[in-house]
Unconditional design. Structure first.
Length: 96
């Protein structure tokens, strides 16, 4: 959980709350959301299995988002990637 919070905070600081990178990462679900019918088999085991599957799927998507973030910084520089209410000059990570 710690890396999720730290990564989300870092992406917000670098890209801003208005960025696609930040919003896509922030919308990832690292746990299962949805219903399923419990039958005679073990409900807790099925819930654990679905949570693990959801976590692994979100982890794969997070990897892609972070690689896209690196690509953007490499193309535009830190000054060019911030999207939010602050200007890049006010961003903590501005190089100016």
């Amino acid at each position: 959980m710690r890396w999720i919070v730290d990564t989300r905070y870092l992406l917000e600081e670098i890209f801003g709350q208005g960025s696609r990178i930040y919003n896509t990462f922030a919308s990832l679900k690292f746990h299962y959301e949805g219903g399923f019918l419990a039958s005679a088999w073990d409900f807790e085991a099925e819930r654990t299995r679905r949570n693990l599957e959801a976590y692994q799927n979100a982890l794969g998507m997070a990897d892609g988002i972070l690689h896209a973030a690196i690509d953007q910084v490499n193309r535009k520089g830190l000054e060019g990637v911030y999207e939010g209410k602050d200007t890049p000059k006010e961003s903590k990570y501005s190089l100016l």
